[in-house]
Design a protein around this ligand. Structure first.
Ligand SMILES: Nc1ncnc2c1ncn2[C@@H]1O[C@H](COP(=O)(O)OP(=O)(O)OP(=O)(O)O)[C@@H](O)[C@H]1O
Length: 277
C-alpha cells in the first residue's frame, strides 16, 4: 500500500479513514511510515499505520492506554527488535531507506534517533560521564571534544546553569526533573536528527513538566520530535501535529490546533474532550 500524501484530505470522512491535514515544516518530511504492521507473537498490535512526520516539528501520538502509541514510537528506532516473537510488515522510510531493510545498521540508526523514556534513567555515574556516554561508546577520548559536548548538550537541555559547578558529582543526586533533562542532554550529545519521547513527563511534578515542555519548544526546529503523551493539554501545548490512535490503528492525524478544536471524526472528538480514555 502506498502512503497517503500528507495533505490528502478526503471530502467525505468516515470513522475508518485517516484524515491528513498537516502543519508543514520548512524542510519537508523526516519519516514516512507506510502500511506498518506489528505483531507480538500472535497478537497484532499495529494495523496498517501510514503517516508522515514533518522534519523539525513536534508530532504528538495520543490515544487510550494500549492503543499502540509506545509500540509505534519504539518501532521507529527498532527498539522493539529485542522482543521475542516480534514480527513487522510495511515500511518506515527515513532518508530514502527503509529502516527495516536487512542492511540497516541498527546501532547507527539509534544514534540518529535518540530516545527518552517515561522514567528518567541516568546511569550511576557523574553528570559529565552521563552526557558523554554516547561519545565514550564511540571511543572518543579528546578531552576538549568531550568538554565541549557536555557544555553544548547541557545548554541544549536547559540544565547547564543548574549543574555546571557539579559536573563530576553523581547524576543520581539530581531531582527527577533534572534527571530527565540530563537524559535529554545525553540524547542530544549523540547529535541525533530525531528525538523520540515516550511520556517524558509522566514521572514529573508540574514544575518539572513545564520545564520539559519549554525545552521541547526550544529543541523543535533543530530536531524532529515525536512525543507519546496521555496528557491532552500537553499534546495541545507542545505539538504541531497530532496523531490519534485507537486499537492499533491511526484514526485521525492533523494539525494539532484543528485536532483539538475541530476534529473530523467523532471518536477523536470524544477522546480529546475526555469522553473516553
Ligand atoms: N512486549 C510486549 N509483548 C506483548 N504485547 C505487548 C508488548 N508491549 C505491548 N504489548 C501490547 O501491545 C498493545 C499496545 O501496547 P502499547 O504499550 O504500545 O500501547 P500504548 O498506547 O503505548 O499504551 P499506554 O498508553 O498504556 O502506554 C497492548 O495490547 C499491549 O498489551
Amino acid at each position: 500500500m502506498v502512503a497517503l500524501a500528507a495533505d490528502d484530505v478526503r471530502p467525505s470522512v468516515t470513522e475508518t479513514e485517516t484524515v491528513y491535514h498537516l502543519k508543514r515544516g520548512p524542510e519537508g518530511t523526516a519519516l514516512a511510515i507506510e502500511d506498518f504492521r506489528l505483531w507480538y507473537g500472535a497478537a497484532q498490535a499495529l494495523h496498517g499505520v501510514s503517516m508522515t512526520v514533518e522534519r523539525g516539528l513536534v508530532t504528538a501520538l495520543i490515544g487510550p492506554s494500549g492503543c499502540g502509541k509506545s509500540t509505534l514510537l519504539r518501532s521507529l528506532n527498532r527498539m522493539n527488535d529485542l522482543i521475542d516473537g516480534l514480527r513487522t510488515g510495511g515500511r518506515v522510510m527515513f532518508d530514502g531507506t527503509d529502516i527495516y531493510d536487512r542492511r540497516v545498521d541498527v546501532i547507527a540508526l539509534r544514534k540518529r534517533m535518540g530516545m527518552v523514556f517515561q522514567k528518567p534513567n541516568p546511569f550511576p555515574m557523574s553528570i559529565f560521564e552521563n552526557v558523554i556516554y554516547p561519545l565514550r561508546v564511540d571511543g572518543i577520548r579528546d578531552r576538549h571534544v568531550l568538554e565541549e559536548t557536555v557544555e553544548r548538550a547541557l545548554k541544549g537541555s536547559a540544565l547547564w546553569d543548574e549543574v555546571k559547578d557539579r559536573l563530576h558529582q553523581s547524576a543520581l543526586g539530581m531531582s527527577g526533573g533534572q534527571q530527565q533533562r540530563l537524559c535529554i542532554a545525553r540524547a542530544i550529545a549523540a547529535d541525533p536528527e530525531v528525538l523520540l519521547m515516550d511520556e517524558p513527563c509522566s514521572a514529573l511534578d508540574p514544575i518539572a513538566t513545564a520545564k520539559i515542555e519549554e525545552l521541547i519548544d526550544d529543541l523543535s526546529g533543530r530536531y524532529t520530535i515525536i512525543i507519546v503523551t496521555h496528557n491532552m493539554q500537553q499534546a495541545a501545548r507542545v505539538s504541531d501535529n497530532t496523531a490519534f490512535m485507537y486499537l492499533g490503528r491511526l484514526i485521525e492525524y492533523g494539525e494539532t490546533e484543528a485536532m483539538f478544536t475541530n476534529p473530523k471524526l467523532g471518536r477523536t472528538r470524544d477522546y480529546v474532550t475526555g469522553r473516553f480514555g
